[in-house]
Structure formats: C-alpha cells, structure tokens
Design a binder for this molecule. Structure first.
Ligand SMILES: Cc1cc2nc3c(=O)[nH]c(=O)nc-3n(C[C@H](O)[C@H](O)[C@H](O)COP(=O)(O)OP(=O)(O)OC[C@H]3O[C@@H](n4cnc5c(N)ncnc54)[C@H](O)[C@@H]3O)c2cc1C
Length: 483
C-alpha cells in the first residue's frame, strides 16, 4: 500500500511524485510509456528544435546585410528530424528521470500500459495486470491531440506525426490557429513549404490580445502564408494521385485546397478514456478531470494536476499545480491557487508572449491606460534588423498597477517574463517607468511603454511652451522621429 500513487510521468507527474516523496510519503509513479511526457517527447522540445532551425533559415536572409557572403544553406529535413530526436535524447540524458526518481525513493513503473481505477484505492496496470493499492492518488495523465470526425480524417496528421515525416511537404494545410497550429505553420513556412492556415474564429491566436493576432497574421501573410480565418469548418478530405483535396466551408460555399499534407491542431482533450474514473467516483467536465482550486477531484482521496485538469495547459503551470496537489494530498492541507499571472507565448516567427489580461478583458473589468510601442522605436531592434513587432502595456487606472502585457517580436517571451515578475510583486507603472533597464535590449521597450502611459495621462506634465510645439516631442533617448 503506497501513501500516494501518481499516474503519468510528464512534468506534472514527476513533480508531484518528487514533492510527495520530499514530504515523506511512500510514493509510486505509473507511466504507460516512457518518462518525460508530452513536454519532452512530443511537444515543447521537438517544436522548439524545429523553431530554432526555422529561425536559422530566416536569419540567412539577413546575412548579406551584415557583410556575410557565400551560398545560402538549404534545409536537409531528414537530418533536422534526426537532430530533433538527438536533442530529445539529450534532454533525457540530462534529466535522468528514472534514476532521479529512484534515488529519491519513488517506486517507478514505466511501460505500465494504461493505468485504470478498479475502485478509489486500487489501480490496475494494463501491461502486467498488476494491481497497486494507494491511500491517495494524483492523476497527471495529460492530454492528446483532438481528431475531428469528418470523412477523410484518417488522411490528416497531428503534430506528433511531424517528427517522423519522410520529407518536407511542398504544400501544407494547418487546421487550427492557436499556439500549436501557428507554430507549425510558421515553421513550415520558414522551411519553404506553401502554407495555408485555417481557423474557425475570426482571427488567429483567438485567445491572445487582438494586437498580437494582428501582427502575427500580418507577418505570416507578408511571408507568403495564406491565412484563412472565419472558415465554417472542414467538410472532408479526399485523395487523388497523391494529392489531398481539403474541402472546407467559407462564406457558405465549399472551397477546395490542394495540398500534400494536412496537420490538425484543433484542441487538446484530457486522457480520461482509459482511466475508468467512474470506478473511483471521479467526475469529469468537458473531457478533463474536474478539480477545485486545491486540485481536489470529486473523490476525497484523489487529486489531479497538469493538462488533465484543463486549467492551464503549460509546463510551468503543470509543475506548480503538481506541487500544490502533492502538498494537499500528503499534508491534508487545502492550499488553493488560481493561474492569474502566467507568462506564455509561442515560438512563431515573429515570436509572441503575453501575461495577464488582454485589453478587451481589462476594459470589460475596469478603466485602464494602454500604451503601444512599436519595436522599431528601440535601438536594439534597428541594430539587429528585427524591427517587426510591438509591446502593449495595460495599467489599471485605479491602482496604477500593470495588469497585462503583450509583446510580439524578437525575444518576446523573454521580455514578457520580466513584466510577469513585476506584476507578481504588484509593480506600478511609475516604478516600471523608472526602472533602469539595460541598453540596448528588447526588454527596454517595456520601460518606453510605461513612460508613454505617464506622458499620455499627464503624470509627466510638460510646460506650456513644450505642449504648444507644432509636433509632439518626447523626452526619450530611445525615440523614433515623428511619433
Ligand atoms: C506541440 C506542443 C508544443 C508545446 N509547447 C509548449 C511550450 O513551449 N511551453 C509549454 O509550457 N507548454 C507547451 N506545450 C504543453 C505542454 O507539453 C503540456 O502542458 C505539459 O506537457 C503538461 O504536462 P502533464 O504532465 O500534465 O502532461 P504530459 O506531459 O502529457 O504527461 C502525461 C503523461 O501521462 C502518461 N499517461 C497518459 N495516460 C496514462 C495512463 N492511463 N496511465 C499511465 N500513464 C498515462 C502519458 O504517457 C504521459 O507521459 C506544448 C504542447 C504541444 C502538444
């Protein structure tokens, strides 16, 4: 009998098991396949490797501007996929999860096959028919790419199939323009495929601030992608002579696209099917395990963390929830947490990063100040030739605190981390405006945005003569003429 049995060996499961063990519990971890989860084996790591290669490809366009001459490199796709697997292996080598868990005293069952509940205290492992008994359970089994039930859906790929493609498809349709779809579309485009990105919502990245969607969509189009938003849905896919015909609804008519590959990126439901949760009294909701803010399921001894809860499907959030779930399970506490300040984004070209409320959400909630600064207002963007992008900063009028930031452009995710750290400690726009951010950096754009808010709101009140100048002049070292 274990004190705690953790299901799933991704970021949530590994963190939950280690924390429960650290608190003195006897812990087992059950993983149907290999440790590492979607994050290492099938998601963040391989996507990031391809994004890096895509970036290198795009960078070659500017070599000549920096005096670098010679043949432009071409892509060896098979070699890149080999490199992707090598890096996944390298991450496993670095982490040594099996040894690490073993050294910590966690009993690990890998390649267990799907685990399923016999009742609220017993778990069956399908590969061996072993039955494990536990006092508490933490379900961390993640999710999977949704498949759609239209005719010909079997001809489609998901992101998981991309890592083993035989060759780079010349023409690709990516269905679904949230984070995964946009990243894949961007990568294929940089590799030279003809890409069509299709999305039901009126804009790509529909969960992000509208400014982020607009800049990314505009850039995609400028680099040759076809971006189709507001489609009525995919009707079917047929195949003739090796070409796929993707039939989709747009403006009440059925349109057809001819492509070599269709990649679906249309959602991420939880891996609930195999678990037989009803045997343990665990309720589900919209395809995820239903939990409260203390990560408790409807069964008193069963907790869940990570993607399987459908709360916030990111590695950092999975790990944090897992720590809290483990503490509550072992200590009997009911610490609760809501994900409010979560820096996140995508490695598209250009990259984007966001934290806090979008402008629309913020305005629906309270009166706000908003400033938008274009990337080409910073010296660093000019130096590097990465002038595309913007930073939007959203500040509460009442508290003067930063409540949202959205950045598109070079190193956007790194920039947004800094704002997130400030937000977590309640930073005001005045403090941000006076922060001596290093020069020349991309992050300095946040300081520019903060000072713009102070100027626009009269907090940095200029003298009358200055106000009456024929054109606006700002007191900024990093300024662009004729704002
Ligand atoms: C293409 C892509 C790119 C992504 N990029 C990023 C990124 O850049 N940054 C980021 O933060 N997030 C990213 N994500 C999301 C991130 O991968 C997930 O949020 C994270 O892996 C969730 O961790 P988890 O432990 O909850 O689930 P997972 O990592 O999915 O782990 C779940 C584990 O449970 C196992 N399992 C499933 N069912 C059972 C069962 N019945 N019995 C036993 N074991 C079972 C699975 O085999 C798996 O190993 C990306 C996702 C995708 C798909």
């Amino acid at each position: 009998m274990f004190d705690v049995i953790v299901l799933g060996g991704g970021p949530a499961g590994v963190t939950a098991a280690l924390r429960a063990r650290e608190l003195g519990a006897q812990v087992a971890l059950v993983e149907r396949g290999v440790l590492g989860g979607t994050c290492t084996n099938d998601g963040c790591v391989p996507t990031r490797v391809l994004a890096k290669a895509a970036r290198l490809m795009r960078d070659t366009e500017s070599y000549a501007q920096y005096g670098l001459t010679g043949e432009r490199p071409t892509l060896d796709f098979a070699r890149l996929l080999g490199r992707t697997q090598d890096i996944i292996y390298g991450i496993h080598e670095k982490k040594q999860l099996l040894d690490h868990l073993g050294d910590a005293g966690v009993e690990v069952f890998t390649k267990s096959g799907s685990a399923s509940f016999i009742d609220a205290h017993r778990l069956k492992l399908s590969a061996s028919d072993d039955v494990l008994e536990g006092d508490k359970f933490i379900i961390c089994v993640g999710g999977h790419a949704r498949r759609l039930p239209f005719p010909g859906a079997e001809l489609t790929l998901t992101h998981s199939d991309v890592w083993s493609l035989q060759k780079l498809p010349r023409r690709v349709a990516v269905v679904g323009a949230a984070a995964t779809g946009c990243q894949l579309a961007s990568i294929f485009n940089d590799f030279g495929s003809e890409v069509t990105l299709l999305e039901l919502a009126p804009r790509i990245l529909p969960g992000e601030d509208s400014a982020v969607s607009a800049v990314v969509a505009e850039s995609f189009r400028r680099h040759g992608q076809q971006v189709l938003t507001g489609i009525g849905g995919v009707e079917s896919i047929t195949q003739a002579n090796g070409t796929l015909h993707l039939h989709y609804k747009h403006d009440d008519a059925v349109q057809t696209l001819e492509v070599d590959a269709v990649v679906l990126a249309v959602g991420w439901p939880g891996n609930i099917e195999a678990l037989q949760l009803e045997n343990a009294g665990v309720k589900t909701e919209r395809g995820y395990v239903q939990v409260d803010d203390a990560l408790r399921s409807s069964a008193p001894n069963i907790y869940a963390a990570g993607d399987i809860t459908g709360r916030m499907m990111l590695v950092q959030s999975a790990s944090l929830d897992a720590r809290i779930a483990a503490e509550n399970a072992v200590l009997g506490s009911s610490e609760s947490y809501q994900h409010r300040i979560v820096p996140h984004g995508g490695f598209t070209d250009p990259e984007y990063g966001s934290v806090g409320l979008t402008e629309e959400q913020a305005r629906a909630q309270e009166a706000v100040h908003v400033a938008v600064v274009q990337y080409d207002e910073t010296d660093r963007a000019i130096i590097d030739g990465h002038t595309e992008g913007l930073c939007k900063l959203i500040v509460s009028q009442k508290t003067q605190q930063v409540i949202g930031a959205h950045v598109v452009g070079e190193q956007a995710l790194e920039v947004i981390q800094m704002v997130a750290a400030g937000m977590a400690s309640g930073i005001t726009v005045q403090t941000l405006a006076n922060l001596e951010l290093a020069y020349p950096t991309y992050a300095a754009i946040v300081g520019l945005a903060a000072r713009r808010i102070l100027r626009d709101t009269g907090a940095a009140e200029p003298a009358a003569q200055w106000r009456n100048l024929s054109r606006r002049v700002t007191v900024e070292w990093e300024r662009r003429g004729r704002d």
